[in-house]
Design a protein around this ligand. Structure first.
Ligand SMILES: [Zn+2]
Length: 590
């Protein structure tokens, strides 16, 4: 028998499950490892032991049990952290209420939200008060069933209605302010349709309020609760509690931007959608999703913000090794609007059969940027797509996108395919061996300088982990090396650092050799950040030179129209200017 709330909670939670909500964990030996949230960690230094029920960071030495983790992570007192866990995992701690005089404040906040939700529902159920709101919802295809299912409520014109009700039940004004239900003077939500936002365990943690009256047009359409001790926007996913059930019949979740998208599709039978409440996704949200499924279908709003948001999501899902597809709805529509206009069946079709992979998404975004394709921008659009597809290895992806290009440009698929082949041959560092292509005389030296810079980058990466991280940061990732073999080595070194943390150069070399990679590491360099900077600039320069050579080669094509030629010349000039700037910058460094 647990003698206090702490023991009771610890007996009933699994530390791995608790930590995994906030940190991605990978098994290594007996324990699990993750990136420590308590110091500026770049490789997994924090170990979690399921058996012992503790976490420990080998770098900043933070450690303890599950309650301690929540205490530190959410900046709560220990009793608040314990109560938080009891709420999340449905652990009955009522037996300790009498013992502990400081009945948990966290518990009180959850109850306040629950009471508020019931009050808003009660008002929605009043036929007279809610007539206009219900009509509004009905107009959007949201019926009484859906209202009950989501416990959609109503806040009314009386700006003290909620405050008075809660205070009559013993809540203090300060409780209402902390939970963002009211401010000093009045209720936060007035005259709005109220959508409760629940956490993963189904507890109400916040509200979204939407105006529905003609007269309230000068107010913002949507308003959400501010963050509170029980509501962190970046850790909350709307409708996850319900969507988890739907995962029994589908194997993926649909990721929408707003809660209205989710409610609209739910009311029409699509129950596996959740909303991230914005166009960005946090690591915490990704980890939360990953606990339930590795498969997600991204469908944000079709406007510019939504399209850009997709990039953030792709980054997050790729980092977490999840499977994703992207759906872009036509005419800038958001899912809510699209479903109401076109019906749920077409929406489902977009999610399941008209979905895009990453390259497909890049294609659509690029196309959108170009607007209408005319004979003037046709060639640059084509080359833009080629450029973004040059490292693609999947033949299916290549063919799909080249066929799209053929349709959009009204050029035969065979011709496009041949163009792409020529494009790749020109870029391929080993193109010399291919006799089909005539080599420009300056190409060989470019290739050599370029290879050299790439090799030096690998040497620095082996020499010290901090150099590796620096290069990764400056070059925007691990995929920038053009040479396929060297790129593979760079990625492998990154994997080693991710896995082992700090390693000496000889350890890296040894482990590379274990993996069958024999790189001729030069330990006699005098390694320095200043030199590395110069090399990275060289690297950019060589990359620019290569692009310039490509444009020059293209300009030799006699079939170019005058406008196309002008466009290429402009492009050429801007690349040459950029190159010149790099020379100047490099000189200043000496
Ligand atoms: Zn740490």
């Amino acid at each position: 028998m647990a003698s206090n709330i702490f023991e009771k909670v610890l007996e009933n939670v699994d530390i791995v499950d608790v930590v995994r909500r906030y940190v991605d964990l990978e098994p290594k030996g007996k324990n699990l490892f993750g990136v420590c949230p308590f110091h500026d960690d770049h490789s997994p230094s924090m170990s979690v032991s399921k058996e012992k029920g503790i976490f420990y960071c080998f770098t900043c030495h933070e450690g303890g049990n599950a309650i301690k983790f929540i205490e530190k992570y959410k900046k709560l007192s220990s009793i608040e952290a314990a109560t938080f866990l009891a709420q999340e995992y449905h652990i009955d701690i009522s037996e300790f209420d009498r013992v502990s005089t400081q009945t948990s404040t966290i518990n009180k906040y959850y109850n306040a939200m629950d009471t508020a939700s019931k009050f808003y529902s009660f008002l929605m159920n009043d036929e007279n008060l809610s007539k206009e709101a219900r009509e509004y919802l009905k107009g959007r295809g949201i019926d009484d069933n859906t209202i009950n299912e989501f416990k959609i409520g109503l806040s009314i014109e009386d700006s003290q209605a909620l405050s008075k009700t809660l205070m009559s039940k013993g809540y203090l004004k300060s409780d209402l302010i902390i939970t963002s239900l009211a401010n000093e003077n009045e209720d936060l939500f007035i005259d709005r349709i109220m959508v409760p936002i629940r956490n993963e365990s189904g507890r109400v943690v916040a509200f979204g309020g939407r105006i529905y009256k003609e007269s309230s047009k000068d107010q913002s359409k949507y308003m959400n609760s501010k963050e509170s001790p029980i509501f962190k926007k970046g850790e909350t996913i709307f409708n996850l509690d319900k969507a988890i059930d739907a995962l029994k019949t589908t194997n993926y979740l649909i990721i929408n931007e707003g809660y209205m998208d989710v409610i609209t599709s739910y009311s029409r039978g699509v129950k596996n959608a959740v909303a991230i409440m914005g166009t960005n996704i946090t690591d915490e949200q990704v980890n939360l999703l990953k606990k339930y499924t590795k498969n997600v279908a991204i469908c944000l709003d079709g406007d510019k913000a939504g399209m850009d948001g997709v990039k953030n999501l792709i980054r997050g899902f790729e980092k977490a090794n999840m499977n994703y597809s992207v759906t872009i709805l036509p005419n800038d529509a958001d899912p809510d609007e699209f479903i109401r206009k076109n019906g749920i069946e077409l929406y489902k079709e977009y999610i399941t059969t008209r979905r895009l992979d990453k390259m497909g998404y890049i294609y659509e975004v690029t196309k959108k940027d170009y607007g209408a394709i005319t004979s003037f921008n046709l060639e640059s659009f084509k080359n833009d797509i080629f450029r973004q597809m040059r490292d693609e290895t999947s033949n299916t992806t290549i063919e799909t996108n080249l066929r799209k290009l053929s349709l959009d440009l009204k050029i035969s698929y065979e011709a496009i395919k041949e163009d792409f082949k020529q494009y790749r041959l020109r870029l391929n560092p080993n193109y010399k061996e291919n006799k089909e292509v005539k080599a420009e005389s300056n190409k060989f030296s470019v290739k050599n300088a370029f290879s050299k810079a790439q090799e030096i980058v690998i040497n620095y990466s082996i020499n010290d982990k901090s150099y590796f991280s620096y290069i990764e940061g400056r070059m925007g990732g691990r995929l920038f090396l053009r040479d396929k073999e060297l790129r593979k080595i760079f990625i492998t070194i990154g994997d080693l650092y991710d896995y082992y943390g700090i390693l000496t150069a000889s350890e890296v070399n040894m482990k590379l050799r274990e993996k069958g990679i024999d790189f001729d590491y030069n330990e006699t360099y005098s390694y320095s950040t200043e030199d590395l900077d110069k090399i990275l600039i060289t690297f950019k320069r060589e990359s620019l030179k290569e692009e310039i050579a490509f444009i020059k080669a293209t300009l030799q094509n006699n079939l170019l129209s005058k406008d196309e030629r002008d466009n290429y010349l402009l492009d050429l000039q801007s690349k040459q200017r950029e190159l010149k700037k790099l020379w100047i910058r490099n000189k200043k460094n000496y």
